[in-house]
Design a protein around this ligand. Structure first.
Ligand SMILES: *Cc1c(COP(=O)(O)O)cnc(C)c1O
Ligand code: SF4
Length: 465
């Protein structure tokens, strides 16, 4: 039962308090207004779907949209036919597989699919794709170069990234791991990282052999796809190692299929048991998730997150700054506040990685600087995310503000990472289309291109001195 507060009753005083500024009206506190009810029934294919069915994670998986024809069938009549043709075109050109859950389909505003932030993340349209930046590579973070065992990246001293599998509940267009995640597409043949106990055993052996390792990020793919026994196996194996103090299970799940937490009891139990086991040992198992836009958070999300919180699971969020999804200050502020409201801790906002086929989704470093300035101060400091750039070339995450030099005209930011790769420099490039026509022309010429980068390195070196 909600307790109703009566401001005339003790412990409130009846003395007059002179307000210094007007109270904010509840209807303006938009972050608290989550989508309610059976909103999915607005989608033609889900018109007759009741709550129990829609919340069933197996139904969600089975009815995920993996092909433009299925999309057409699902949203029949909602979006113009020209849009679906555009999707067909985008699908043929994109490096990622298509997989969109009914939950996501129901969260998209089909009146305006071109501008919808969820459509933008998961469904490519041919007409909006931009040519790649000349400096762009498929594994831009060099995760494979820092991998002593396939699927285990040991870049930082005390933490490592373990990829136990390569499937996800959805496929994101902007995925950093498009070198491995998803099925082969017309554009890319993937590195294979399937569920493979032999490969896992090698990773565990390496982790146990390195005293300096304390923290393991279990990612993927996506840990939503791990069977409960695999969650337990990975969790228990790692927690038993003396050196390991912290584990994070990373999943986009809560953002794209929150109902699984409510209806796949065994999966949720496995995660909660691992968190409990960790606590009993003075260690930590946390869930790291990935919301990008406030419209991904509905009453179902809140209910799922509340369940995890009530069982003691700590949840952090890592967003990606994406053009048309959250690259304006007000949307980001709303996202951060809404996450805080449901009990998820906003941890990072990443610059979009320099991966192939998604040039239309990237933003400038300057955009991140501007948004950070706006968000900071709007809520608790510990709920204010750090804006980072995972430096291409394997420098690791850097605070976006910490560049040694930023050439805004040519869109080159130069970072150093003394504790990760001392003595090296790392560059992030603003999207070509965000530059002036003159600067775009400079990038087209290979000689000028090298000169621009040399100059940026030189200036960064001077600045660092
Ligand atoms: C992001 C990442 C980590 C974890 O870094 P935090 O800053 O602690 O979140 C670990 N290893 C790799 C390779 C990573 O990319
Ligand atoms: S869920 Fe994560 S790993 Fe999977 S496609 Fe999306 S960003 Fe990539």
């Amino acid at each position: 039962m909600t307790q109703v507060i009566d401001p005339t009753m003790p412990p409130y005083t009846d003395e007059e308090v002179t307000p210094l500024k007007p109270a904010v009206q509840p209807e303006q506190l938009q972050h608290r207004h989550l989508r309610e009810g059976e909103f999915w029934r607005e989608i033609p294919a889900y018109k007759e779907v009741d709550e129990a069915t829609f919340l069933d994670h197996i139904w969600q998986g089975k009815n995920s949209v993996t092909h433009p024809d299925k999309l057409l069938e699902t949203i029949k009549g909602l979006a113009p036919a020209a849009f679906v043709d555009d999707v067909r075109d985008g699908f043929a050109k994109a490096p990622m597989s298509l997989r969109v859950s009914p939950y996501m389909i129901a969260c998209i505003d089909w009146q305006d699919p071109y501008r919808d932030p969820i459509r933008t993340q998961f469904i490519p349209v041919g007409s909006r794709l931009s040519p790649d930046h000349p400096m762009l590579k498929l594994d831009s973070l060099h995760e494979q170069e820092d991998a002593p065992v396939p699927g285990l990246t040991h870049r930082y001293v005390d933490k490592a990234l373990f990829l136990p599998l390569d499937t996800c509940p959805v496929y994101c267009r902007f995925c950093t791991r498009s070198y491995a995640v998803g099925l082969d597409t017309e554009q890319v043949e993937k590195v294979q990282l399937g569920v493979n106990p032999k490969r896992w055993a090698k990773a565990f052996k390496y982790i146990a052999s390195r005293p300096e390792l304390e923290d393991i990020v279990v990612s993927g793919g996506d840990t939503y796809q791990l069977a409960p026994r695999n969650i337990r196996q990975i969790g228990e194996t790692l927690l038993k190692m003396d050196n390991i103090r912290r584990i994070r299970f990373a999943t986009k799940g809560p953002a794209v299929m929150p109902m699984k937490i409510l209806t796949h009891g065994d999966w949720t139990d496995a995660l909660c048991e691992m968190a409990e086991l960790a606590r009993s040992m003075g260690k930590e198992v946390a869930l790291h998730t990935h919301f990008n836009n406030p419209s991904e958070i509905t009453w179902i999300t809140q209910k799922a997150i509340q369940l995890l919180i009530s069982r003691g699971v700590y949840i952090r969020n890592q967003s990606v700054l994406i053009r048309g999804v959250n690259d304006d200050p007000e949307t980001m502020r709303l996202l951060v506040k809404r996450l805080g409201h449901i009990g998820v801790h906003p941890y990072y906002v990443y610059m979009h990685d320099m991966v192939a086929g998604v040039e239309d989704l990237r933003t400038r470093v300057q955009t991140a600087l501007d948004i950070e300035k706006y968000v900071r101060g709007s809520t608790a400091g510990f709920n204010t995310p750090t804006f980072v750039c995972d430096a291409p070339g394997g420098g690791g995450k850097r605070d976006v503000h910490s560049f040694e030099y930023y050439d805004r005209d040519n869109g080159i930011a130069v970072y150093v990472a003394p504790s990760v790769k001392p003595g090296q420099m790392f560059m992030y490039f603003d999207p070509i289309k965000s530059l002036s026509p003159e600067a775009q022309a400079r990038w087209q010429d290979p000689v000028t291109r090298e000169e621009m980068m040399d100059e940026a390195r030189r200036k960064a070196m001077d600045a660092a001195r």
